[in-house]
Design a protein around this ligand. Structure first.
Ligand SMILES: [Zn+2]
Length: 335
């Protein structure tokens, strides 16, 4: 796989970003969000304190990303899909203001029912007609999102505590179909407490997906090494991607990555925070108080030093931050 050049000479060896294809994503955070928005709330109660001003929020987000760039991170994957308030024109403005590459995603985030637009169409629905999920996902990847021309470089589906509900099943099958048509990799939101990354793998495999093209997101919420070993044995990457969210402690999150490195799995993990530059769904003050390290710089400032202190090598850190993301995003074969 070529990683040389400007990234315009071969779709297979480059990753789509908000500024076009990039051949060498560099150090990459594989699960972040720029903006999480609630459009219907913002339309109707525009004067709430957490309200939205595109230019102001874009400047603020770019400042955070520029700090991240200074800390050595080159690329973030923005896994904000339908259901999380994806608004690509706003992220496009951020991309103009920062040197960090941002990868867009497509897919749908629900733990249960589909939004009515999709739920009232398609197989088994009240009004019938074509299932437009896969069609829309493919359009985001091949033509671009909305009228922006920004192409999605990652597919996403989610499973919560309820497991694979009929709505979630439709999303996962549609994501698999879009993956088969386009080759774009898949990441998931999984619920580690019920080990349902395994159910996601089973359904994706049934849909003909090569599980080495899949990141089981939020696997790092788990400290159950047997569960993580099973996910790895099935071929997928583990998203150790919620550093800073305190329901699993910093110490436990670090110890789990260390243990999996010791077991030889640095080639199967990616790191991230699942953070937002701005998210109207959380009370910012409460989040800062309860999760003081829930921000984009936590890995660079705190996690990497803790991993090194526990014996994780530079080579393993490079695998998790640079090599694995490049392999996943550019569709390369795993070494
Ligand atoms: Zn997320």
């Amino acid at each position: 796989m070529s990683t040389e050049g400007t990234g315009t000479e071969g779709a297979d060896a480059s990753v789509e970003t908000f500024r076009g294809p990039v051949a060498e994503p560099g150090a990459t955070l594989m699960h972040e969000h720029i903006f999480g928005l609630s459009p219907e709330i913002l339309w109707n109660w525009p004067d709430i304190p957490e309200g939205w001003d595109l230019e102001e929020r874009a400047q603020e987000a770019a400042g955070k990303l520029n700090d991240l760039k200074a800390a050595g991170i080159d690329t973030v994957v923005d896994l904000t899909v339908i259901g999380l308030g994806r608004y690509v024109p706003a992220v496009q403005r951020v991309a103009e203001l920062t040197g960090v590459n941002i990868v867009a995603a497509t897919g749908l985030y629900t733990y249960d029912a589909l939004p009515p637009y999709f739920g009232n169409r398609g197989p088994g629905s009240l009004f019938g007609g074509p299932d437009r999920l896969a069609e829309f996902f493919v359009r985001d990847i091949t033509e671009g999102i909305g009228r922006t021309g920004v192409k999605a470089g990652m597919l996403k589906c989610a499973t919560g505590r309820q497991g694979i509900t009929p709505g979630v099943e439709r999303v996962i099958r549609a994501v698999a179909q879009a993956h088969r048509e386009t080759g774009v990799p898949i990441t998931t939101h999984s619920e580690s407490s019920t080990r349902n990354g395994l159910d996601q793998q089973k359904l994706l495999a049934e849909e003909g997906v090569d599980l080495s093209r899949v990141v089981i997101g939020h696997a790092g919420d788990s400290t159950d090494l047997a569960y993580l070993e099973e996910l790895v044995a099935n071929g997928s990457y583990l998203g150790m991607d919620r550093f800073g969210i305190e329901f699993t402690s910093f110490e436990d999150r670090v110890a789990t990555v260390v243990a999996m490195c010791e077991r030889g799995h640095a080639s199967r993990m990616v790191l991230s925070h699942d953070s937002y530059c701005f998210n109207d769904r959380f009370e910012p003050e409460v989040v800062r108080e309860r999760h003081p390290n829930y921000h984009l710089l936590h890995i660079s400032r705190d996690v990497l030093p803790a991993l090194r202190a526990a014996g994780v090598t530079e080579e393993q850190i490079t695998q998790m931050l640079v090599d694995n993301p490049r392999t996943i995003l550019t569709g390369g074969r795993r070494p």
